[in-house]
Ligand binder design. Structure first.
Ligand code: WTA
Length: 635
């Protein structure tokens, strides 16, 4: 397995050079030696960022579930594939071996078929973090159906938008979900969402919280009796390397969420290879990523990457604060977790609590700590390093995006010296460049600019479902011939990268990407609202929180402002979900606008972050006079 597991820095540089100088030869070797192919490729890579079009392992035939499940059956049949830790610590954990996973995925796949799902059909999965979620993904992949997982914290409206965008034929959900000491009525949300959907023919329902729910006859089916009857063997659908594997929605700065389309072979090769190296995974390790499978991190680093390596991957249903703030550390102790991968927002929230919650638990099994989803601030980095890793587990600060499929910038643990707040170096095969605002590349070290990638990697999203033009405009037009991330970054004196944050109107709140436009659209639906603008401002735990500036119509002016604030947040919850609620809502008479009528969010952002002293020249605004009034009434 040459180059598959990188063990020291010199080797990293040597393999990196090879991957950049001879990308096709490099990836061909990785692909050939580490996966099962039903037919080899005719060409390793064809690409053209001007179209944009990328094809990896063209002409190859495979099935990702044969690589994630079947091939482990002989050597790892009795090894735990999925280790399920329920919300309630008193409920026993479930250890699903590769053999059991195989049976459960095959049965599930047969149930999908029995309900008419075929290769290429879209299946929406709206489930909590229970084993059926991973199993449903794999069952779709086994028969060539395209899964579209929607995070089970999204509202009925957000769910319906995503179902309709992909014309999903089926929804897989549960009677409800547990979240700490609360339950959520998922099936009710699905029922409400489906009132706006025409393409869904059937709904499969997993029993999780055992409440009485409505089942619509001819549409809704409990899955348990169907699974019981189903055969435990289901032949794989032989997929083309570039056949779609899944759609996953991500927020843009404007418009509807974007359904990023990922395909089969490149995604498999890249997530598997990054998983092995970024987490230094060894055969008997227990690996835990605390993300939700509703996000790309969960797809790539709870399901596909770990299983492709025959790993044991923990799936956690609960929350970090239930039954108390020691829950994460208790789970690490209980399952002797070796690699733990979480988000800065969780680290910040737990760092605020008493250290006794940590000290109660034996964390000596830990070997690698990971961070993902947003910049990790220095304080949180040190807290994580000192108290969780005890200064002996390297922290991998991993940068990537839904669009990237897999980790792009990261240290390799025990190989790359880490530096707080730095994602350090590109992963093997990744070619980052920093660009200035005029489209010139910033060469050399000690520069700061916009982060782009100038060469394709195997797991790059191939398009936005149903809108290739938008894909091109969003990622490939700002800088000719390059993929633009939308993030700013700097390169320090030794060539390490640090992400400085979004340069567009996407705001990352508790690790969730939120576009300003859909939130403003929701607010504007309130009958008393004339216009609104959202910006982010720094928040101790969430990283960023949302600040809304709202202009009321005359009808709203006499109303109680606190009630209006509640109603506005209620509308946002209904349209998007509670994650998009505003922390502060300031009512104002006007919003600063350019002469062409565009809201100047830059000015509003400065006011919200208490930087109103250096607003720059505002005299060119259409209405400079509103600025002072907004400053005077800042919350
Ligand atoms: C941000 C999450 C700093 C970034 C996997 C990116 C990060 C967006 C990091 C993608 C990191 C992700 N350091 N910022 N290590 N990781 N980001 O699509 O702004 O949910 O563009 O994918 O998160 O978020 P997404």
């Amino acid at each position: 397995m040459s180059n598959y597991h990188i063990k020291h820095l010199e080797e990293y540089f040597q393999v990196y050079r090879k991957s950049v100088n001879h990308p096709e030869a490099f990836w061909e070797e990785i692909a050939e030696e580490n996966f099962i192919w039903r037919k080899k490729w005719d060409a390793v890579l064809e690409w053209d960022f001007s179209k944009p079009e990328v094809k990896w392992f063209k002409g190859a035939k495979l099935n990702i579930t044969e690589n994630c499940i079947d091939r482990h059956l002989l050597t790892r049949g009795n090894k735990t594939a999925i280790l399920f830790e329920p919300n309630d610590p008193n409920e026993p954990a479930e250890y699903i071996t590769y053999k059991q996973l195989s049976i459960r995925v095959n049965k599930f796949a047969n149930v999908l078929k029995s309900k008419g799902i075929q290769k290429g059909d879209r299946v929406c999965i709206y489930l909590p973090m229970i084993p059926e979620l991973s199993i449903a993904l794999l069952a779709c992949a086994r028969i060539g159906a395209i899964h579209s997982v929607v995070f089970a914290g999204f509202s009925a409206t957000a769910l319906a938008t995503r179902i309709n965008d992909a014309d999903c034929k089926m929804v897989i959900t549960s009677d409800g979900s547990f979240r700490g000491n609360k339950t959520i009525d998922l099936k009710g949300i699905v029922d409400e969402g489906l009132e706006k959907c025409k393409t869904v023919e059937s709904v499969l329902v997993v029993k999780r919280i055992h409440t009485d729910i409505q089942m619509k006859s001819g549409r809704d089916y409990w899955i348990a009796p169907l699974l019981e009857k189903a055969s435990a063997t289901c032949e794989i659908e032989i997929m083309d390397a570039e056949d779609p594997l899944f759609i996953l929605y991500t927020s843009g700065s404007t418009g509807q969420p974007k359904g990023m389309l990922h395909t089969t072979a490149g995604y498999m090769v890249y997530t598997a290879y990054t998983f092995k190296n970024v987490f230094n995974y060894k055969e008997d390790d227990v690996y835990w990523c605390s993300a939700d499978i509703g996000w790309i991190t969960g797809h790539s680093y709870i399901v596909y990457g770990p299983l492709a390596n025959g790993a044991t991957s923990v799936m956690f249903e609960g929350v970090p604060s239930y039954p108390d703030f020691g829950r994460f550390w208790q789970v690490i102790e209980k399952h002797k977790v070796n690699q733990f991968y979480t988000a800065p927002t969780a680290i910040r929230a737990l760092a605020k609590e008493k250290l006794a919650f940590v000290e109660k638990h034996d964390l000596s099994s830990l070997k690698v700590l990971g961070s993902v989803g947003e910049p990790i601030n220095e304080e949180a980095w040190h807290w994580y390093n000192d108290n969780i890793g005890k200064k002996k587990s390297p922290i991998v600060d991993t940068f990537f995006q839904t669009e990237n499929g897999g980790i792009m910038l990261t240290p390799i643990p025990y190989v790359t010296p880490t530096k707080p707040t730095y994602a350090t170096l590109p992963f093997i095969g990744i070619q980052p460049v920093l660009m200035d605002e005029n489209g010139q590349e910033l060469k050399g070290n000690k520069v700061e600019g916009r982060l782009c990638f100038q060469f394709p990697w195997p797991s790059i999203a191939r398009t936005i479902w149903g809108n290739h033009q938008r894909y091109k405009e969003t990622y490939f037009t700002a800088f000719k011939g390059k993929y633009f991330t939308g993030d700013g970054a700097l390169r320090d004196e030794v060539g390490y990268y640090r992400i400085t944050g979004r340069v567009d109107d996407v705001i990352i709140v508790s690790g969730h990407n939120l576009g300003t436009a859909p939130i403003e659209d929701a607010i504007n639906e309130h009958p008393a609202v004339a216009e609104s603008a959202i910006v982010g401002f720094p928040h101790d735990i969430k990283g960023n929180a949302l600040y809304g500036y709202v202009i009321l119509k005359e009808v709203g002016e006499s109303r109680n402002h606190d009630n209006l604030r509640k109603e506005i947040n209620q509308i946002i919850t209904e349209h998007i979900g509670p994650i998009a609620k505003l922390d502060k809502i300031q009512f104002t008479d006007g919003l600063p606008k350019t002469r062409s009528g565009k809201i100047m969010r830059r000015i509003l952002r400065k006011i919200a972050t208490n930087e109103s002293k250096n607003l720059g020249d505002i005299s060119t605004l259409l209405n400079p006079e509103v600025v002072q009034s907004i400053i005077d009434h800042k919350l």
